[in-house]
Structures are given as structure tokens and as C-alpha cells.
Ligand binder design. Structure first.
Ligand SMILES: [Zn+2]
Length: 78
């Protein structure tokens, strides 16, 4: 039953993608902060999969920017 229901928008009338073992699962876990459901497979519809992909790219970009800012601050104050 849970494999035909989007875990983000609860849509059930479209194709679902199992995002376990993908970088999208990392974004899903970061958004939901739900660590008690790690053993369950997560399914998302095509639209939420697209949003998760964008979220993952934003997270990656923010981490790169944070590294650059840390290096800048270290050189500025050392
Ligand atoms: Zn969805």
C-alpha cells in the first residue's frame, strides 16, 4: 500500500519512484528529520522527486558556499 502513495504530497494517482539508495533520500531525511523511519522505503511522485532534486542541489550549493566563506574568514582573521 505504501508503495503507491507519495510520502510527501500523498498523491496516489501517478507513477511513484522509490528513492532509497539515492541522493534524494538524503534530502528527504534532511527535510523531514524523521530518523525513526529509516528502515522503510520511501516513494515519491514525479513532482516531489523533482522538488527533492532541487532541494538536494540547494543543499549542495549551500555547503559549498559555507566552505568558501569559512576559508575567507580564516584568511581574513589569521
Ligand atoms: Zn508527491
Amino acid at each position: 500500500m505504501l508503495d503507491n502513495l507519495c510520502w510527501i504530497c500523498l498523491d496516489k494517482n501517478t507513477k511513484m519512484y522509490r528513492i532509497d539508495d539515492t541522493y534524494l533520500r538524503q534530502a528527504y531525511d534532511a527535510i523531514t528529520s524523521k530518523h525513526d523511519m529509516l528502515d522503510m522505503s520511501v516513494y515519491t511522485c514525479y513532482m516531489c522527486t523533482w522538488f527533492l532534486n532541487k532541494c538536494h542541489k540547494l543543499m549542495t550549493q549551500a555547503l559549498k558556499a559555507q566552505d568558501i566563506m569559512k576559508q575567507y574568514l580564516e584568511t581574513k582573521f589569521c
